[in-house]
Ligand binder design. Structure first.
Ligand code: HEM
Length: 255
């Protein structure tokens, strides 16, 4: 009797703990399953139901998810690299050498950052091609396509601004040549080049500008736009499906 009282007591305590966190019963009914999604700070980001074709890897090839994972790897490794790097012309090159050659896990973290950056450009491009070839840019997803195009531009800008930071011969001349190409643009070319470099030539002003864009401005824009992109997928009724595309096509024919 004493034992059953104790176990009843522990059951009540456990239920209280469960309810204080989850605030609804075990997910054994559709209603409870939906409540769990609505009431959890983490889970409310996910839809209560998904269409089964969404889970088929052959349709999306997971390219959007891979792009997001690569962005996350870049944020984590990039934050780590910031502990060992100062954006000044006196220190930038030697900081990177020290980081790469003497700091524990330095070469690993730097190479992870570089490879994830190259791969992100590749995978965002492939994701864009998948969206195009499945016709998923069509109504009602036109707005998300536009958000995607901006994400593609921001991905390239992140790649471009990061290129200068090692401050070695390759990065110095790559930025000098590319900004000279921009400078050759008629009428406004010189002004845009000056805006990019902050001075007449590639120097400390350019390094600070590229650094600020690379570690703060562009990642924040990217994070916010990815948020809008994912929210939009939910609002557009989940990702597109081959059947839905056929319906659109037949509607277009009959109109
Ligand atoms: C940082 C870059 C990007 C990330 C992290 C990202 C992430 C995602 C994810 C996770 C999905 C869900 C389906 C899937 O995995 O394929 C998706 C769908 C979509 N993305 Fe992206 N995306 C990015 C860039 C782009 C670009 C460059 C475009 C086009 C210019 C684009 C347009 C779309 C559209 C229209 C959908 C809906 C597709 C459908 O309903 O089938 N995204 N994105």
């Amino acid at each position: 009797m004493a034992t059953s009282k104790r176990s009843l007591g522990s059951l009540i305590t456990r239920n209280r703990i469960w309810e204080s966190i989850f605030r609804q019963g075990y997910p054994s009914s559709d209603e409870n399953r939906a409540r769990i999604m609505f009431n959890s700070w983490f889970l409310h980001l996910h839809p209560v139901k998904v269409k089964s074709h969404t889970l088929e890897i052959g349709y999306t090839l997971g390219l959007g998810v891979i792009s997001f994972v690569l962005f996350s790897v870049l944020v984590i490794t990039g934050a780590w690299l910031m502990f060992f790097y100062a954006p000044s012309v006196e220190r930038a090159y030697t900081d990177i050498q020290t980081l790469h050659n003497t700091i524990a896990f330095g070469a690993l973290m730097r190479n992870m950052h570089r490879w994830a950056a190259h791969l992100m450009v590749l995978f965002v491009f492939l994701h864009m091609c998948r969206v195009f070839f499945t016709g998923s840019y069509k109504r009602p997803r036109e707005f998300n396509w536009v958000v995607g195009v901006i994400l593609w531009v921001v991905t390239l800008l992140l790649s471009f601004t990061g290129y200068l930071l090692p401050w070695d011969q390759l990065s110095f001349w790559a930025i000098t040549v590319s900004t000279n190409i921009v400078g050759a643009f008629p009428l406004i070319g010189d002004k845009i080049r000056l805006l990019m470099l902050g001075a007449a030539d590639t120097g400390p002003e350019a390094l600070v500008r590229f650094y600020a864009l690379h570690i703060a401005v562009l990642p924040l824009v990217m994070g916010a736009l990815i948020g809008v992109h994912f929210w939009r997928i939910r609002k557009d009724g989940g990702i597109s499906s081959p059947t839905e595309k056929n319906e659109n096509e037949s509607r277009e024919v009959t109109q």
